[in-house]
Each structure stands twice: as structure tokens, then as C-alpha cells.
Design a protein around this ligand. Structure first.
Ligand SMILES: O=C(O)c1ccc(O)c(O)c1
Ligand SMILES: [Mg+2]
Length: 627
């Protein structure tokens, strides 16, 4: 299986792009004509540059407004075609994409277009070139791959074939199953793109909002299953027009694309095992059972105040690492690791960001399978020297310098707490049972990368993005969770430095986990115990409780109790939800304590604006600079 990406999909100069594409592991590129024209070097230079990177030019594109023209435009289009064949010869590629005409003078007519392509086929054959015809979703007469295929079929020339682009088919709502009727050898090239479902003009949607397969809402997998079932055996290429990607990190977008492409093709193979695919075997997406631990890199006074906070929340120190300045804090199944090492990953993370979550431990079905799948998807593995008596726990690098470790029960890795920390008992605690979810803060432009990171590797689904209003801007929030909610993550994308999330990002130089949410089965009993230990929750205003009383049927004495504990409330058709927050510590980190009743699956999203406002009020009261 040959992988390819169009040069328009990523940012930078042509040489930046080639470097990133080659380093990521793609086999080839589609050269977008604009990238070539903007380049100061001959077509031969470009061809050489591409080959020097170990890449091939899988396609040259686009050639516009060719078919169905009256004279004198028609002859002119053929002259232009000859010029581009010259250019392709020098670049060193034999395949060009012709997109369906948008020319105001184009006449239409399937046979007229077929005749034009038959004649073009002769000219292409004489030059050793091939032409693929793509139906643009907004083409003047041809905007459906079924019509494009009819033209190619009638042109009946070996050098003329069809190019399918998932966006044009799926974006128009055309059933991809119709592709199964097309002979595979007449499909010359496949372009893939996904897109979020947004109701807007097709051309504008295509040129600005495409994204990587799996990042959007289109059925790219169904499209690709049909293509492979048809017998297609050529390159599979990403053609992504996206404003964010054009200005984003060249390497990151190239890596995301590769990850999405490999995950997609693996899904295709699993869905239709009869499809032959030359792609190395890899484990399926791995099931996650929950968060096994959250590790903070910290030091000195900040470490002491984190420990004090953990104590007030009912955690106890249940173990010390046998070789390192690392302690384990636990209650129920919730484990917090406090790492004060000055070297290694935690040391580096602290030096870069101050107190920060430097590692997330996930409880998984099979830890080895995670690292194998991660490697196949182009994700770097992580390892540190192993000290005496330590277990070799599989780990990978997440995004933004983060690390994830994987613990399973079958390989003995679950014994790490006894083996490395000498932890012999689980402290009784104050009723907190487990880590319910982690909230990761990121810049808005990294949200797609993180979502893809989780959904390509694990058995996890994303839910629709929601808007959260901070008094000083908008934060986009997306939930990624495993079936049944064993692992729940909320990804919060900040656009501006003025939001609470944006401030956290800038003050921690791009840290990710901002808050850890802890679950209890009886939040009132738990909070009573926490208050005795000196826990201080985030104060909520009277107006919030007056509104609760108006919106919900809550008994007055219960409401009073909730207010005295600064509890926030939500409910859905399955049950009720209570949550409260700790005061912020170490530059904007905080904890949440929550109780889900009877299958409530949300996160109290309606409360988020009031929580954020309360946190900002406290920040101002403490005289923290900024808003
Ligand atoms: O937006 C366009 O014009 C355009 C050009 C070439 C393509 O392959 C395509 O899918 C879209
Ligand atoms: Mg295309």
C-alpha cells in the first residue's frame, strides 16, 4: 500500500513540506501546481528534490476547465494540456488530475466530454502520460462521480481513468456503495479527506474545512471499503484543504495524516477481511478500563502544598518508590503519584512547566498491544532506564511532550504498586472511589490532533464539540470516552490567552491536564469528611442557587445543603449529577469531586461558565495578575 499526501495539506515552503512528509514515512506526494509555481527552481530541480527525499510524485494537479468547451477555447485547452505534459515529464510523474469544468463557456454533454477525453487520451499516450478525471462537487455540469465515470467509460481510452475524492462524493451525500460498480483498474487515483458536518456552500466547505479521515463526520471508511472492494490498487492520498493546517505545525499535521490513514486502512481491512491490503498487521484498538494513576512532577514548596491538598481530599501516602523521590497517594482506586525527581522525564517536565501532570497511567486490556498499535500509527515509544527491582511498564509519547504508561492485569504490571512502592494496603480515605475523568487544556488548533490521537489508538469515541463561555472568550470542549465511560477525557481548546484555559496554557508553557475529577458514591458524606480535614471548595454565588431552585425541583433543605458545600448540580433524563471544585494550586491546576447518579453521562457542561467565573473571581481576589 502506497501512502501519499498532497502538498496543499500542510504548511511551510516546499522543502519544509518534503522534509516532514519524508520523515513521517509517506511514500509519495501529490504536487499541487501552486506549490510548484511559487517555488523558485526548475521542474527538474523539484523532481530531484522530491526523489532525494526518497519520495515519488504520485500525482500532479489540478488541471482545470478542460472538457466540453466550444472553439476557440477547446483548442487552447489542448495546447495547455500539452504544456503541462511537458512539465510533468520534467517533474518525473505520469499522472495528472483533471477536475470537472467550472468554465462559464463549458457546454455540458456526456458524449462531448467523452470525445474530448478520448482525444486527450491519444495525446497523453503519445507522451507516456495518464489522465484522471475528478468530479468536483461544484462542477458546472459534472459534480457526481457517477457522471465522471460515465464520461471515462465512454472515452474508452487506456490512458484516461477516474479519480475519486471522498470529499466530493460524501460531501454531496452520494452513496459510496456506487463505487463498487466501477472497475478497479479504471480508478487511477484516490484522494481522501473528511470534514465536520457543517451546513455551508460546498466549495467553501471543501477549501477551508476538510480534515484528516476520522477527524470529521463523513463516512470515509465506507468510501474506502467500496474503493478497495472495486479492486483499486494504487496510492492512497490525503488531500486536505484546511485553514488551520495551512498555518499549523508542518510535522504535526503530517503525522496526524499518517496516523489517520493507517488507522483507516486497518479499519477497512477489519470490516472486510476479503479485501487484500499490503499493510503490516497491527493489534486492534485497545480497550481502556480507566485511569490507573495521574503523576505530578513537582518540587519543594509546591510539592508540600499539593500533598496538603491531597490530604484534605482524603488521600493518604501509601507508598514510597524504592529508588526515586516519588510517592504514591491513594484512596479507593484513585492513585496520585507525586514525583520530585530532578532528572528524567519528570525533572524535565517540572523545569519546563513547573508543577504539572507529567504522566498519565491508563489501565488497559493489553499494554503490549497498545505500544504495538502506537508504533504502527507512527507514535513514538517512551522509555527511561530501569532501576533495580523496577518493572518495565510500556509507555508512549503523547502530544505536547506528554507521556502515557499502560498497566494491565495479565502481565503482572498491576503489581507495580507493591513491587516498586511497597504499597501494602489501600487507605480507607473519605469515600473517593476512582478518577472519573481528566480535563486536558490545549490550544484550539491542537484539538483535532489530540482527538485523533486517542480515537486512533484506543477503543474510544468522540462526541460533538460544545461551546463553553468563559467571561473573556470562548472555549471549545470535546469529550472523548470509552464505551460505558470507563475512561473519560474532556479536551478543552482555548483560542485566546484571556480565558482561564488560555491563561493556564500560556503560564504552563503548553501543559495539558488542567484538572483531575474524582468520583464518590456519596458526595455529601465525602464532603463532610473533607471539610473536617480542612478542604476548601470553590465558592459559588447566591444567584447560582436561586437559578437552580427555579430550574429544578430540588427540596429546599437539600438545596441549602448543596449551597453550604458549594455543590453544583445538573441532571439528564437518566439521573442527577453533583460536582464541586478545589481551589486552584500551582499555577491553575485543580481537582473536581463529583457524584454521578443512575447513569448520568455528562460533565455538568451547563455549569462550566459559572465555575470559570468563580475561579476567575478568586484569582482576582488573590491579586493574581491578569484577568
Ligand atoms: O478546490 C479545488 O479547486 C480542488 C482542486 C483539486 C482537487 O482535487 C479538489 O478536490 C479540489
Ligand atoms: Mg480532489
Amino acid at each position: 500500500m502506497k501512502t501519499s499526501i498532497a502538498t496543499v495539506s500542510i504548511s511551510g515552503t516546499l522543502s519544509d513540506k518534503l522534509e516532514a512528509i519524508a520523515a513521517t514515512g509517506y511514500d509519495g506526494i501529490e504536487i499541487f501546481e501552486q506549490d510548484f509555481i511559487a517555488f523558485d527552481g526548475s521542474p527538474r530541480d523539484v523532481g530531484r528534490m522530491v526523489r532525494d527525499h526518497g519520495l515519488e510524485i504520485t500525482l500532479f494537479q489540478p488541471f482545470r476547465d478542460f472538457e466540453g468547451l466550444p472553439e476557440p477555447y477547446r483548442s487552447k485547452a489542448f495546447d495547455r494540456a500539452e504544456r503541462k505534459f511537458d512539465l510533468m515529464g520534467e517533474l518525473g510523474t505520469d499522472l495528472v488530475l483533471y477536475c470537472s469544468s467550472c468554465h462559464p463557456k463549458a457546454l455540458g454533454g456526456i458524449d462531448r466530454a467523452a470525445d474530448d477525453f478520448a482525444e486527450l487520451g491519444e495525446r497523453a499516450a503519445a507522451r507516456g502520460m495518464r489522465v484522471g478525471y475528478e468530479a468536483l462537487a461544484w462542477g458546472k455540469h459534472v459534480n457526481d462521480h457517477r457522471d465522471a465515470w460515465e464520461i471515462v467509460r465512454r472515452a474508452d481510452h487506456p490512458n484516461i481513468g477516474l479519480i475519486l475524492d471522498s470529499f466530493h462524493t460524501l460531501g454531496r451525500g452520494i452513496d459510496p456503495e456506487t463505487i463498487r460498480r466501477i472497475p478497479g483498474d479504471k480508478i487511477f487515483f484516490i484522494q481522501l479527506a473528511d470534514a465536520p458536518k457543517i451546513d455551508m456552500d460546498l466549495l467553501y466547505w471543501s477549501r477551508h474545512f476538510r480534515n484528516m479521515p476520522g477527524e470529521g463526520d463523513l463516512s470515509v471508511q465506507a468510501f474506502m471499503q467500496a474503493v478497495m472492494a472495486a479492486g483499486y490498487a494504487g496510492p492512497i492520498s490525503l488531500e486536505i484543504f484546511n485553514d488551520q493546517f495551512r498555518g499549523g505545525s508542518t510535522r504535526q499535521v503530517a503525522r496526524d495524516g499518517y496516523r489517520s490513514l493507517i488507522a483507516l486502512m486497518d479499519d477497512v481491512r477489519r470490516a472486510e477481511p476479503e479485501i487484500k491490503l499490503d499493510l503490516p498487521k497491527m493489534p486492534a484498538r485497545v480497550g481502556v478500563d480507566g485511569v490507573s494513576f495521574v503523576e505530578f512532577a513537582t518540587r519543594g514548596a509546591e510539592a508540600r502544598s499539593l500533598e496538603d491538598l491531597l490530604r484534605t481530599m482524603g488521600f493518604e501516602r501509601s507508598g514510597r518508590h524504592r529508588n526515586k523521590a516519588v510517592t504514591l497517594w491513594q484512596q479507593g482506586d484513585a492513585r496520585i503519584v507525586v514525583n520530585e525527581e530532578t532528572e528524567g522525564h519528570a525533572g524535565t517536565a517540572f523545569n519546563a512547566r513547573g508543577t504539572t501532570v507529567c504522566d498519565i497511567g491508563l489501565a488497559v486490556e493489553n499494554a503490549q498491544a497498545v505500544t504495538e498499535r502506537a508504533a504502527a500509527l507512527g507514535t513514538g515509544l517512551f522509555s527511561q532506564p530501569i532501576g533495580p527491582g523496577e518493572l518495565d511498564i510500556p509507555a508512549i509519547r503523547g502530544l505536547s511532550g506528554s507521556v502515557l504508561h499502560f498497566i494491565d492485569e495479565t502481565s503482572g504490571l498491576g503489581d507495580v504498586w507493591e513491587v516498586e512502592f511497597g504499597a501494602e494496603r489501600v487507605p480507607a480515605g473519605a469515600g473517593i472511589t476512582r478518577i472519573d475523568h481528566l480535563a486536558q487544556t490545549m490550544s484550539y488548533e491542537d484539538m483535532l490532533s489530540w482527538t485523533l490521537f486517542y480515537t486512533a489508538l484506543f477503543d474510544m469515541q468522540k462526541s460533538p464539540m460544545v461551546d463553553v463561555f468563559d467571561p473573556d472568550g470562548l472555549v471549545r470542549s470535546q469529550v472523548v470516552e470509552s464505551p460505558g465511560g470507563a475512561l473519560r477525557l474532556t479536551l478543552n481548546g482555548a483560542d485566546s490567552h484571556r480565558t482561564l484555559a488560555g491563561r493556564f496554557l500560556s503560564e504552563t508553557f503548553g501543559a495539558s491536564v488542567q484538572h483531575v475529577a474524582l468520583a464518590t458514591d456519596d458526595i455529601f458524606a465525602t464532603l463532610d469528611r473533607l471539610v473536617e480535614r480542612g478542604f476548601e471548595s470553590l465558592p459559588m454565588p447566591q444567584n447560582y442557587y436561586d437559578d437552580l431552585a427555579a430550574r429544578f425541583d430540588i427540596a429546599p433543605d437539600l438545596l441549602e445543603r448543596m449551597q453550604s458545600l458549594n455543590l453544583l448540580y445538573d441532571q439528564d433524563d437518566r439521573g442527577a449529577f453533583f460536582q464541586t471544585y478545589s481551589r486552584a494550586f500551582a499555577g491553575g491546576l485543580f481537582f473536581e469531586i463529583l457524584q454521578r447518579e443512575a447513569g448520568y453521562t455528562g460533565f455538568g457542561a451547563p455549569n462550566a461558565p459559572f465555575r470559570i467565573a468563580a475561579q476567575k473571581r478568586l484569582r482576582r481576589a488573590k491579586g493574581v495578575p491578569g484577568r
